[in-house]
Design a protein around this ligand. Structure first.
Ligand SMILES: Nc1ncnc2c1ncn2[C@@H]1O[C@H](COP(=O)(O)OP(=O)(O)OP(=O)(O)O)[C@@H](O)[C@H]1O
Ligand SMILES: [Mg+2]
Length: 146
């Protein structure tokens, strides 16, 4: 795992070489995350967004196994330092589906909210949500920037 700070843009950048490293980057992130934080996870299919959320759960001390909420839109995990709300916008077709699950209440529930494909309905996220950008570098290397 390499760590560097781009001073000009004040961005944090991590490079991960395997899924375990992506999870530990997520775990480290979650240990410092304040209640109510909303993360918009952005990057192509298979880039490691769900692996990162598995790491968020580890860092919060959640013992449940995290699985992708692709079909159910939202999974909720309790029992850690903060509740973790794991959302996936990928299969959402209409914004209305967010109202059906009471999405806005989760944003304000004092947890850590991690939203895969968050840019798809970016207008539904708070203005202070944090974008985490994932890209595939070469082979298994993933770059994670926020
Ligand atoms: N460095 C890495 N970090 C994360 N995942 C990696 C890495 N190298 C290989 N992989 C593999 O890439 C895949 C990442 O899958 P993951 O479900 O996390 O992607 P995703 O971004 O959530 O995709 P989707 O948009 O379909 O939800 C896994 O199969 C994982 O084993
Ligand atoms: Mg995923």
């Amino acid at each position: 795992m390499t760590i560097s700070r781009d001073e000009e843009s004040r961005k944090m950048r991590r490079v991960s070489s395997n899924p375990e490293e992506t999870r530990s980057i997520g775990a480290e992130f979650a240990r410092n995350a304040p209640a109510g934080m909303v993360l918009s996870l952005i990057g192509d299919l298979g880039v490691g967004k769900t692996e990162f959320v598995k790491g968020l759960a580890l860092g919060l001390g959640i013992e449940d196994q995290v699985t992708s909420p692709t079909f159910t839109i939202l999974h909720e995990y309790r029992g850690g330092r903060l509740p973790l709300f794991h959302v996936d916008f990928y299969r959402l077709r209409a914004e209305m589906e967010l109202d059906e699950i009471g999405f806005d209440e989760y944003l304000n529930a004092g947890g850590l909210c991690a939203i895969e494909w968050g840019d798809k309905f970016a207008n539904r996220l708070p203005s202070d949500s944090m974008k985490i950008l994932f890209s595939i570098d070469a082979g298994c290397r993933r770059e994670i920037v926020w």
